[in-house]
Design a protein around this ligand. Structure first.
Ligand code: PLP
Length: 501
């Protein structure tokens, strides 16, 4: 056998392996390891102390820059020694050194692994850098009210695992082939039933197009059916506007008041389409009033415009029966867009469009011959989750938990002298503060380890400010176990907010 060849698994006998160190390496490696610079090129072979330092630094560097992530099992030291052509004692000493420094962890009878947190950007820096990091350590987020996610601890892991097992056991082989860009019929059918039942959406499986998220759906729509100018609410998600602009559409902001978008202004704008969050305006939290719902549908019908309804948190309404989807008033002019980013997790990239009949073909064709982005297996798993009733149960459980959180937030804020505007819905709330106080409060919040954002972040650059400033808090984000403490921290911040003005 040539000196550098590696034995194929099973092609070697133990005797042959013991004659060939590479066979031992192949059989014993816990992880394939690429060291930069390779030891053999350092010119240090044979000089034990230098070799030891070089190997230790190569491992630290691989951990630091993330090539060896936390939890990675390192090769047994005998294997690595054989691999590198160095004494076993050298590798063993390096492992011990790195364990002592906190880069690695070792437990009797199990592999030596990269320690959790070892790749922290501060790890391995010199003392002065570490001191600077410590001085700014107060900016670490301890009370996380960030937006755009539900409570991670509520993800229905067991149901997801069960659905995955069922799907992988039962699905036909074509589930593993390239898929039609409209998406799996199983999920389109399940969603048509679910959206009709829970949101009043009037659609069928053949009018639904699946994708990954609302954001990517907006980009797709701007390339296909939105036209030249999309009207948006004066306050919303800047990365949604960017997605539309990437597709070649211009964006104009329309003011929002206590009844949602001012549709009279929309009528004057000359837009070819409008993007709305009618059930729970993001971020102000108001619902589009019944009169304006009628007015906007009428405008679209009269002018041939399209309405895109972003129904991002329609499942979570706490004070009375959910307001149905706007799409139900005008299935011929409204595109209903949704995803599981708020109901399950933004880590599951599954979203949908319920389209007017005449737009389906155009949108599907624009996606290409095959589904370009979405996971087909996840589509099947979600279809199973909905079909088995587990999705509904998860939504009901989540709604109860978020309602309790929202009530606690309202109570705490009322006791501190703040009244929350907007309807009781969704996973975020605006705490109104004076414009002048907003910035100072956001900075003070960060200094106290409270993660939140200012309302002005969501203002379109061409739009007038709202009559009030505010802090936008994602009350769904904190862990259940920390929520009370998180709320106390927020209350303390606001109780002293007079000092910031
Ligand atoms: C206003 C709004 N629309 C849509 C979404 C859903 O986002 P996506 O489906 O792009 O992940 C969110 C989630 O945070 C949102 O806040």
């Amino acid at each position: 056998m040539a000196e550098n060849s590696v034995n194929l698994p099973g092609a070697d006998s133990p005797a042959a392996r013991s004659r060939d160190p590479w066979g031992e390496v192949a059989a014993g490696l816990g992880a394939d390891l690429f060291l930069d610079p390779p030891l053999a090129n350092t010119g240090t072979r044979g000089r034990a102390a230098t070799l030891r330092r070089t190997l230790a630094e190569a491992l630290r560097s691989a951990i630091r820059d993330g090539r060896l992530p936390p939890g990675t099992a390192l090769p047994p030291y005998r294997s690595l020694a054989a691999d590198l052509g160095v004494a076993r004692g050298t590798v063993s000493a390096v492992y011990q050194e790195l364990v002592a420094e906190g880069w690695l962890t070792a437990r009797q009878g199990s592999a030596t692994r990269v320690a959790e947190g070892a790749a922290h950007p501060d790890a391995g820096r010199d003392a002065s850098t570490v001191q600077t990091a410590t001085a700014t350590a107060t900016f670490r987020i301890q009370h996380d009210f960030s937006l755009g996610q539900p409570c991670a601890g509520m993800f229905p892991r067991t149901d997801w695992v069960r659905a995955t097992r069922r799907v992988l056991t039962d699905c036909a082989d074509d589930a593993f082939a390239p898929a039609h860009p409209q998406g799996r019929p199983e999920l389109r059918l399940a969603l048509a039933g679910y959206l009709g039942r829970t949101r009043g959406v009037r659609t069928t499986a053949d009018r639904i197009v699946l994708g990954t998220a609302v954001q990517s759906a907006l980009e797709l729509l701007s390339r296909t059916v939105i036209g030249d100018v999309l009207a948006v609410e004066s306050h919303g998600l800047p990365f949604h506007w960017r997605a539309v602009e990437r597709g070649g559409t211009g964006v104009v902001p329309i003011p929002v008041d206590g009844e949602g978008m001012v549709v009279d202004e929309l009528e004057r704008s000359g837009a070819s389409a409008v993007l709305l969050t009618p059930s729970h305006q993001f971020p102000t939290g108001v619902a589009l009033s019944p009169a304006r719902r009628m007015q906007v549908v009428d405008w679209a019908r009269r002018t041939g415009a399209v309405i895109v309804e972003d129904d991002y948190d329609g499942e979570f309404r706490y004070d009375r029966d959910p307001v149905g989807a706007l799409q139900a008033l005008g299935p011929d002019v409204v595109i209903h867009a949704g995803s599981v980013s708020k109901s399950l997790s933004p880590a599951v990239r599954a979203g949908w469009l319920a389209l007017p009949d005449h737009l389906v073909e155009k949108v599907v064709q624009a996606k290409g011959l095959r589904e370009p982005d979405a996971s087909i297996l996840d589509q099947l798993i979600l279809a199973d989750l909905i079909g088995s009733g587990a999705y509904d149960r998860h939504i009901r459980r989540s709604r109860q938990a978020y309602r309790a959180r929202r009530d606690a937030l309202v109570d705490a804020m009322t006791a501190t002298g703040f009244r929350l505007p907007g309807i009781a819905a969704g996973l975020h709330a605006v705490i109104p503060v004076e414009h002048d106080a907003e910035n100072a409060l956001v900075h003070r919040a960060f200094a106290r380890g409270i993660g939140l954002v200012g309302l002005s972040v969501f203002r379109h650059p061409d739009a007038e400010p709202l009559p009030y400033g505010g802090l936008v808090v994602g009350f769904g984000t904190p862990a259940a176990s920390t929520y009370t403490a998180d709320l106390e921290a927020l209350t303390r911040l606001l109780a002293g907010s007079g000092d910031d003005r």
